[in-house]
Every structure is written in structure tokens, then in C-alpha cells.
Design a protein around this ligand. Structure first.
Ligand code: SAM
Length: 439
């Protein structure tokens, strides 16, 4: 197993790749760097195996290095396509003078959505620190990472039906957010004579059933969820054969488009007029790919609704000792909470995936006007799961000292945070975002 695979083009990229290799090796990392003999001539299929065995794929980008990717048999292109298809953690390293070409082949279009690092020879160690902070399973000081310090999207199918706390929390969140998102759902209920709905990341079905499932003009509702027990539960509770059905699929799997098409055919569905993505994109590694596939099955006048979160919009006041800020920071670091900077990407992702009329319907859910029960629900929605996640992570990484310190600190301040949250004069804004877009 390798920590890092270095991908580079010999012309212009070799020297930087070599420098990186030496430095990362010195730091104790296991790095795959194929020397020149494999780099010349035809693509060497052995490289596929090395990519498979690597957690991270560093892509060295000197000026014009992607120009030749126009050719289908260009091996750098093949290498990148393979890393994308295997959903590797790709980190583009942009050298001075590199610019993204405007005519990248379709298969590489998503590449510039990955968080990139500007490489500097002058500040080489700073560049290394930055790129390591974006690698998975590697700590910022080199060495193996235990508790993820993530700044990138990771695949995170966190939900398991057996997690009762999480089920309860999602239910509380569903009710709490009715006022926030229901107007967008009411709009589509009015807009379409007959609703043909696709819901991705359905969980146990409560959310989509509450917002759309009970609508009089519902013709079909197809729910997609990864967790098997959750799918069984929603079929048992809400299923109506031929009308409301839930399926177990991985929305990020390569076969997702074909599997979905099969389901549509079996229901005689040509296209959906509403596609719902509620609190799912933050859990995906490659949301762009999914959005492209979904656009293809959205009716010409159809609407996609996206609800997501971004902790960058969060605000707590007063927070004199910084406890709320620290709790938010911990949430951003822990690997079960999804990618907490997802919300800011939604607008761009939707446009890049080809959607039109992208509209921000809502931004931020605040305590203003909330009664005590609603405040409790909001606190529960956000703060209760941080403690639960830290406990779960500690079981996974018992030797992680930072994690231990976070968990102990969180435990010690939790009651205080909860009490302060109940104060009518305390202001909190949680960075939920809600977008709609058309095909
Ligand atoms: C935060 S919950 C959101 C549930 C519901 N949509 C809501 O808003 O209350 C995310 C759900 O997406 C599911 N999920 C995560 N990754 C998935 C994937 N790749 N394919 C299908 N479902 C996935 C999880 O199992 C979980 O049930």
C-alpha cells in the first residue's frame, strides 16, 4: 500500500515530481513514483495497480501539461481518468504558469473542482504542508494519520439504520426545517400537474414523505438510499407498489446511471420533474458526477432541489470564550460529519453540471423567533451529533491523542453550551443552504 501516488508528465514535470518524492519519502511516507523507463512509450498498465494501492493521487501540473490530454491515448489522461474512476483523493499541484485549459475532454472536466495547491519552489515546505493537509490517511507532519483532519470531500456513507441517535436526530431536523424549506417544495407541488419525484439519500423516508410524498398530485416517487435496513423500513412504512418505492443503490457507483435507468424503465418513467437532494451532497466525494447523471433524467421543465450545509456561514453570539467556535471547528475536522464546506460549492456545481436558473432560495437558519422547543431542536440537530461522532471515532482510533482531547473537552463544555443556547438573547446561525435549479 502506498500513501501517495505521484502522477506527472516527464516534460516539465519530472523535476518537481522527483523533489516531491524525495521530500515525502524523507518524511516517512510511502510514495509511488515511477521512474522514467515506465514514463516513455506506451502506457504501462502496471500503473493501474499502483493507483489502486494508493490513498492519494498527486497530480503535478507544469504549464500546458494537460494540453496533450486531448488525445484519448495520452497516458497522463488515462492515468487521471483511472484515478477519477476509482474515486481517489486527487490533489492537483499547480506549478507557476499553469492554467486550466478551456477544452479539457469531458472525462477530465471535473478535475478543476478538486482543491488544488499552488506549488512554490521558494516556499516548498509550506506547499508540502498544504498538500499533506489535503491528503487522506496522512497527517500534516507526514506519518500516518489516525483521526482524519480533512479538508477534502471523502466518501462518507455514514448512516446505518442501527444508529438510533442518528435516526432520532434526522427526524428532529426534518421537523425543525419545515419552515426553512417547505416553501420550495410547495412551489413544485403547485407547478406540476403530476409529480414524478426522485429522492437521493432518502434515509428512512421521513423527509421526502413529509415534503412531497403525501401530495395529492403525486404520481411516482422513487427513493434511493445506500443503507439496506433504511430502505426496508421505508418500503414497509411508506411503500405503495408501482407508486412509491425505495431502492438500495450507491449514488456514487459507476453503475448508478444504468441502474437508475432500469428502475425508470420498470416504472415506465421517461423523466422526473422533481429531483430532491436533501443533505446528501455533503456526504459525496464526487457530487459533480452525480449531478450530471441526474440532469440527464430530469424533465425539460423539471426542478432540482438541493439542501446542504456549510459551517463557514455559522455564527454564534455571544461567544466570549470561543467555545462555540471551537465546537464548530471540531465538527469540521471529524470524518463522520461529511464535508462541511459543501454548501458554498452548490451554486457552482449546479452550473457546471449544466443546470440553468440556479436560485438560492435560503441561506442560514437562525434562532431569531425560535421558541424554546425549536432552540432545543436546533441545538440537537447540530451539537448533539458532534459528541456522538467523537465517541464513535474514539472507538475507531483509540490512540489518537488529539481526538481524545477533543472528546474530553467537548464532554466538559456540552451542558454549558446547551444552557447558553437556551438564552433568548443568544444568537446562532447554522449554515443550511437551499437551492433550486432547472434543467
Ligand atoms: C444526512 S442523511 C439525509 C436524509 C434525508 N434526505 C434528509 O434530508 O433528512 C443522508 C443519507 O444519504 C445516504 N447516503 C450517503 N451516501 C450515499 C450514497 N452514495 N448513495 C446513496 N445514499 C447515500 C446515507 O445513508 C443517509 O441515509
Amino acid at each position: 500500500m502506498y500513501d501517495i501516488f505521484i502522477s506527472y508528465r516527464r516534460d516539465g514535470g519530472f523535476e518537481m515530481a522527483r523533489l516531491l518524492y524525495d521530500r515525502l519519502q524523507d518524511m516517512g511516507l510511502n510514495v509511488f513514483f515511477d521512474l522514467e523507463e515506465l514514463r516513455s512509450g506506451k502506457f504501462n498498465v502496471k500503473l493501474f495497480g499502483a493507483i489502486d494501492d494508493s490513498s492519494n493521487f498527486l497530480l503535478v501540473l507544469p504549464p500546458n501539461s494537460l494540453d496533450r490530454c486531448k488525445n484519448e491515448d495520452d497516458w497522463l489522461r488515462i492515468e487521471i481518468e483511472y484515478a477519477i474512476s476509482k474515486r481517489k483523493n486527487i490533489v492537483p499541484l499547480m506549478m507557476k504558469g499553469f492554467e486550466w485549459p478551456s477544452d479539457l475532454p469531458e472525462t477530465l472536466k471535473g478535475l478543476h473542482l478538486y482543491n488544488a495547491v499552488q506549488m512554490s519552489r521558494e516556499y516548498f515546505q509550506a506547499s508540502i504542508d498544504r498538500l499533506l493537509s489535503m491528503c487522506v490517511n496522512v497527517s500534516a507532519g507526514g506519518g500516518k494519520k489516525t483521526h482524519a483532519e480533512k479538508d477534502v470531500r471523502e466518501e462518507n456513507k455514514y448512516f446505518t439504520y442501527d444508529n438510533r441517535t442518528e435516526r432520532r436526530r434526522l427526524n428532529t431536523q426534518q421537523k425543525l426545517m419545515r419552515g426553512f424549506d417547505a416553501p420550495a417544495y410547495d412551489k413544485v407541488k403547485e407547478k406540476y400537474e403530476k409529480l414524478v419525484v426522485l429522492d437521493i439519500g432518502t434515509n428512512t423516508g421521513e423527509f421526502v414523505m413529509d415534503r412531497l410524498g403525501a401530495s395529492e398530485n403525486l404520481e411516482k416517487l422513487i427513493g434511493i438510499e445506500f443503507d439496506e435496513k433504511a430502505v426496508r423500513y421505508s418500503n414497509d412504512t411508506y411503500g405503495q407498489e408501482g407508486k412509491i418505492e425505495f431502492y438500495r443503490l450507491d449514488a456514487e457507483a459507476d453503475s448508478f446511471g444504468d441502474d437508475l435507468q432500469e428502475i425508470m424503465d420498470s416504472h415506465g418513467i421517461k423523466a422526473f420533474n422533481v429531483i430532491n437532494l436533501s443533505m446528501i451532497l455533503l456526504h459525496l466525494k464526487t457530487p459533480y458526477k452525480l449531478l450530471k447523471k441526474l440532469r440527464a433524467v430530469l424533465a425539460k421543465d423539471g426542478t432540482v432541489i438541493v439542501k446542504d450545509i456549510d459551517d463557514g456561514y455559522n455564527m454564534a453570539y455571544p461567544d466570549e470564550n470561543g467555545d462555540f467556535a471551537k465546537a464548530i471547528e471540531i465538527c469540521g475536522r471529524e470524518e463522520l460529519a461529511g464535508y462541511r464546506k459543501s454548501g458554498r460549492q452548490i451554486y457552482t456545481l449546479l452550473y457546471r453540471a449544466g443546470f440553468k436558473h440556479v436560485t438560492q432560495e435560503r441561506l442560514g437558519l437562525s434562532t431569531v423567533g425560535m421558541d424554546s422547543d425549536e432552540r432545543s431542536a436546533l441545538f440537537d440537530t447540530y451539537f448533539s451529533f458532534i459528541g456522538a461522532d467523537l465517541k464513535q471515532l474514539l472507538e475507531k482510533y483509540p490512540d489518537d491523542r488529539r481526538l481524545k482531547a477533543d472528546a474530553e473537552w467537548y464532554d466538559s463544555v456540552y451542558d454549558d453550551l446547551e444552557e447558553r443556547f437556551q438564552d433568548d438573547a443568544f444568537y446562532f446561525l447554522l449554515g443550511f443552504v437551499l437551492y433550486t435549479a432547472q434543467r
